[in-house]
Design a protein around this ligand. Structure first.
Ligand SMILES: COc1ccc2cc(-c3cnc(C(=O)NCC(=O)O)c(O)c3)ccc2c1
Ligand SMILES: [Mn+2]
Length: 251
C-alpha cells in the first residue's frame, strides 16, 4: 500500500509514478498480485464513483451471463454481477476515461521499466474496454473461477474498486484469490474505495467474489499480451471483438 496525494498532473508526470511502477513490477514478480491504495486520490475517486452511480441509475447495466447448472438442469447464476462496457470517451464517462488512461500509464510504464523490459515477460499491446460491474447486494457473488483459463490473450487483470465505508463483516463482497503454488495461502482483498488491484489473469490466480450484501462497484480492464492474443486469434474467436482496444503505438 502507498499513500499518494493525486493531483491533476497526468499520472506519468507524477513524482511517485516511478515508485508505483516499481511497486507493481516487484509485487507481480513475487506474488502475481499487487494492491495499491489511494490510486486516484479522494476527489478524482469520487468523480469516477459518481459517473458509475449515474450509469447504474440509468439502468444500462446488463446481467452477467447465466450458466445452466447441468446437475439440476436449472438456470443457476454463477455470477451475480451486472455489467456495462465503457471505452471512456463517452460524454458521461470523462472521469472513467481518465482512470483508464492512468491505469494504462502504470501498466505500460511497468511493462517498459522492468530491467528485462517486460512485466512478467509479456509484450502488452492492447486491452479490453473498461467493464464497469455492480454486484447489487442480496448475496450476489461470483464462484471460484479463472479469468483466462485457455490462453485467450489476456495476461493482466486490473480492478479498480469504488466502495466507500465498506465493512467487510457487514457487507461481504471479499475478493479471495487462491494463488497457485502458495498451497494453503490465500489473498483476501477488500473492495475498498480508490483501491486498484492487479493480478495475472491465467490459471495462476483462481479467485472468487464472496456474497455481497451491499451494492458493490468495480471497474475492470484486461490487458493483452500481443503474442498470446495473436495465437488465440488463430484458434478461436476471442471475447466479442467490440470490447477490445489495441494501443495505437503498440510495440
Ligand atoms: C462474454 O461476455 C462476458 C462479459 C463479461 C464478463 C465478466 C467476467 C468477470 C470475471 N471476473 C470477475 C471478478 O473476478 N471480479 C472480481 C471482483 O469484482 O472483485 C467479474 O466480476 C466478472 C467474466 C466473463 C465475462 C464474459
Ligand atoms: Mn474474475
Amino acid at each position: 500500500n502507498h499513500s499518494v496525494v493525486s493531483t491533476d498532473v497526468p499520472m506519468s508526470k507524477r513524482s511517485d509514478y516511478v515508485d508505483l511502477c516499481r511497486n507493481i513490477i516487484r509485487d507481480m514478480d513475487l506474488y502475481g498480485v499487487c494492491v495499491l491504495d489511494n490510486f486516484l486520490g479522494y476527489e478524482r475517486g469520487m468523480s469516477v464513483l459518481n459517473e458509475v452511480m449515474n450509469l447504474y441509475s440509468m439502468g444500462v447495466f446488463k446481467d452477467g451471463e447465466l450458466v445452466r447448472n447441468k446437475a439440476s438442469n436449472n438456470l443457476k447464476t454463477i455470477r451475480g454481477d451486472e455489467i456495462i462496457w465503457v471505452d471512456g470517451r463517452e460524454n458521461s464517462c470523462k472521469h472513467i476515461g481518465q482512470l483508464i488512461s492512468d491505469v494504462d500509464s502504470v501498466v505500460m510504464g511497468s511493462n517498459q521499466m522492468n530491467d528485462n523490459g517486460k512485466l512478467g515477460n509479456y509484450t502488452i499491446n492492447g486491452r479490453t474496454k473498461a467493464m464497469v460491474a455492480c454486484y447489487p447486494g442480496h448475496g450476489s457473488h461470483y464462484v471460484k473461477h479463472v479469468d483466462n483459463p485457455n490462453k485467450d490473450g489476456r495476461c493482466i487483470t486490473a480492478i479498480y474498486y469504488l466502495n466507500k465505508d465498506w465493512d467487510i463483516k457487514e457487507n461481504g463482497g471479499l475478493l479471495r484469490i487462491f494463488p497457485e503454488g502458495w498451497s494453503d495461502q490465500v489473498a483476501d482483498i477488500e473492495p475498498l474505495f480508490d483501491r486498484i488491484l492487479f493480478f495475472w489473469s491465467d490459471r495462476r490466480n483462481p479467485h472468487e467474489v464472496q456474497p455481497a450484501f451491499k451494492t458493490r462497484y468495480a471497474i475492470t480492464l484486461w490487458y493483452f499480451d500481443g503474442n498470446e492474443k495473436e495465437e488465440a486469434g488463430k484458434k478461436f474467436h476471442v471475447a466479442s471483438q467490440s470490447n477490445i482496444c489495441c494501443f495505437e503505438n503498440a510495440t
